[in-house]
Design a protein around this ligand. Structure first.
Ligand SMILES: N[C@@H](CCC[C@H](N)C(=O)O)C(=O)O
Length: 296
């Protein structure tokens, strides 16, 4: 078998400190085995990240057998965010990832105009890149339908919190805790993980702990499926907005969600949901020769 020695480019970026390795692979020539993703996302032996974003044409991912078919609303020519968690697992959607992905497409000149569609396993996600200069961008994402389901519980730092099941394309348990102020939220120890009802979440859950909304703002921390605690989570921010609005007796509205890595605007309206926030491209380069054997 022929192996290509062409350099493998990468970028490193983050959205409110939820960080990603970006791997441009338009025609899907790279093989992303879970162990390779784990190694690349490792903060000591790899580049270090919460997740990995392969940048590929949707049709090429179908041809390569990475996707079984084109998700709803996605066309073969669309740029597709092939998202992997740091543990090598595949997730349906990543809201911060879409912002960084859209920023990369603009930075690399792979799209024309400020508005375009990014494909994801959860379907097409329209984006608007409001600005992109000097490695920094401001990006809105139409996050589609957000479905608030039944109540459930999570155990976090030996405390049991009630929450609601929220589907943002991926599964969330969003727990608005009235008695928690931002200082008490910041003091919670999430290092030993979270427990949730696996009958409710057979494929796992992302768990958000959220303060009660005040003056249009909430504070949130998240323990992500396939990663651990992260400093932000875009789908979790939309789930947070939906749950916090529900706690105020509202189905629609707009909130500022404060996370350890910054602030993001989120909204739920009659047509769906969305978020707007920053993206930063921190570095770009090529992977060292040892990675060729792993990824080709
Ligand atoms: N950080 C992401 C969510 C990534 C996927 C998640 N860990 C899952 O497994 O569902 C975001 O910004 O939405």
């Amino acid at each position: 078998m022929m192996t290509s020695r062409a350099p493998i480019p990468f970028l490193k970026g983050h959205g409110t400190q939820n960080d990603f390795v970006v791997l441009p692979d338009p025609e899907v020539t790279l093989s992303l085995r879970p162990e390779s993703v784990v190694a690349l996302c490792d903060r000591r032996r790899g580049l270090g990240a919460d997740g990995l974003l392969r940048v590929a044409r949707a049709g090429a991912l179908v041809d390569a057998g990475v996707l079984d078919g084109l998700p709803t609303g996605v066309t073969a020519d669309d740029w597709f965010m092939d998202y992997r968690n740091a543990d090598g697992s595949i997730a349906e959607m990543c809201g911060n990832g879409v912002r960084v992905f859209a920023h990369f497409l603009t930075h690399a000149g792979l799209v024309t105009g400020a508005e375009f569609t990014v494909g994801s396993r959860a379907g097409a996600r329209p984006v608007h890149v409001h600005s992109a200069h000097d490695g920094l961008a401001d990006v809105s994402v139409d996050m589609g339908t957000v479905t608030v389901g039944p109540e459930s519980k999570a155990t976090v730092a030996r405390q049991v919190f009630g929450g609601v099941v929220v589907d943002v394309g991926n599964p969330h348990l969003a727990c608005v805790v009235d008695e928690l102020d931002p200082r008490a939220l910041a003091a919670l120890d999430l290092t030993s993980g979270v427990e949730f009802d696996t009958a409710v979440f057979p494929t796992g859950a992302n768990v958000e702990v959220i303060t009660a909304p005040r003056d249009g703002r909430v504070h949130m921390r998240v323990f992500e499926r396939g990663v651990g605690e992260t400093r932000s989570c875009g789908t979790g921010i939309v789930a947070t907005a939906a749950a916090a609005l529900r706690a105020e007796g509202r189905d629609i509205g707009r909130l500022t969600v404060v996370v350890p890595g910054g602030e993001v605007q989120a909204w739920v309206d009659g047509d769906g949901s969305g978020l707007r926030g920053p993206s930063e491209l921190v570095a770009e380069g090529v992977l060292g020769p040892a990675w060729h054997a792993a990824l080709r």
